[in-house]
Ligand binder design. Structure first.
Ligand code: ING
Length: 323
């Protein structure tokens, strides 16, 4: 008997710096209503879904950025999302900037049960970009300034998903580029990874040429590989479009454990894509090619946790001197 769940990626178009949370929440409620009509049981919203991608803006005094952060979840502004979840019987994933009562700041994501209860929380571990204003860059990417490295690890939990129960894991944006993030969850038998992202459509590092089409290609490559190599589904949802002149790409996708793209957004605006996912599809990879217990050799992987950066290899020299 298949364990069928209808998953949805609720891609958001741009949110301008001047637009408040209520604008984003209103658009998200429309997408939840559409998801309900489509029979979707879970909706995945993007990273930092309530505001513009503010790490592109430098604030000397970090407290001046506090208005981008949520100090409560749900809050008055986000309570309608929790009410809609109960009304439609839909679970949802939400990415947002979190400021804790102790004043710590994280790039955070939660998965919320249709009852409105938070099932799982994750705080972004791989923070790309830089800490201080970088004059070389075309656009700033100050995630290391505004957020601490997440302290909750890559946890997987078995919880209701639609009418079934599934092993659910969360990651955020840049995490998808790091195979370690996928594998730590694969080692917990993750079946559905929910990942939101805000990714510039052009390389802003200004430190070398990257062909434009590779921006989307690299994102899809990372997600498809993660799913295939860990026998899981992923719902990857973009915030897209032009925010105050800065373009983010869309191309949200739902991927199956064979690494196949089941559905893809084609706009750079608010768009809902859905897929009927048979969670039992994870079992094939997990019991054959990626049967970790049968095939993995951790004794050969020491460098992966022993090292942070890479180091140059030893030089080879010929045993016999050249004539
Ligand atoms: N954004 C980008 C991402 O990882 C980036 C940053 C883009 C890094 C392209 C490397 C290459 O998709 C966030 N928010 O992590």
């Amino acid at each position: 008997m298949p364990r069928l769940v209808t998953l949805a990626a609720a891609q958001l178009g741009p949110i301008q710096k001047s637009e408040g949370r209520e604008v984003a929440v209103e658009r998200m409620l429309r997408l939840m209503e559409r998801a309900h009509r489509r029979g979707a049981e879970v909706v995945v919203f993007p990273e930092l879904a309530l505001t513009t991608f503010f790490p592109r803006w430098n604030e000397e005094d970090i407290a001046a950025a506090d208005h981008w952060f949520e100090t409560a979840m749900p809050s008055n502004a986000t309570a309608p999302l929790f009410a809609a979840a109960r009304k439609y019987g839909i679970g949802f994933h939400l990415g947002y900037a979190e400021k804790t009562p102790e004043g710590r700041r994280f790039n955070t994501a939660i998965y919320v049960h249709p009852s409105g209860e938070i099932v799982l929380k994750y705080r972004k571990i791989h923070l790309p970009g830089h800490r201080d204003f970088d004059p070389i860059r075309r656009v700033q990417h100050l995630e290391k300034r505004y957020f601490e490295v997440g302290d909750l690890g890559f946890r997987v939990v078995r919880a209701p998903l639609g009418r079934e129960r599934a092993n659910i894991g969360l990651m955020i944006c840049n995490d998808r580029r790091w195979p370690e993030a996928w594998r730590v969850m694969g080692l917990q038998q993750v079946e559905v990874v929910m990942v939101g992202y805000n990714t510039p459509s052009l390389n802003m590092d200004n430190r070398g040429f990257e062909a434009h089409h590779l921006r989307v290609e690299h994102s899809h490559l990372s997600i498809r590989a993660g799913c295939y190599q860990n026998a899981c589904f992923a719902v990857a949802t973009a915030k897209a479009g032009t925010e105050d002149g800065h373009e983010l790409f869309g191309h949200s996708i739902i991927v199956n454990p064979q690494g196949e793209i089941m559905a893809q957004a084609t706009s750079w605006d608010d768009e809902l894509i859905t897929a009927d996912c048979d969670l039992d599809m994870c079992a094939l990879g997990r019991s054959t090619i990626f049967d970790f217990a049968a095939h993995r050799r951790p004794e050969a992987y020491g460098r992966i946790t022993a090292q942070v950066g890479s180091e140059p290899p030893p030089e080879w020299t010929p045993a016999q001197p050249a004539e």
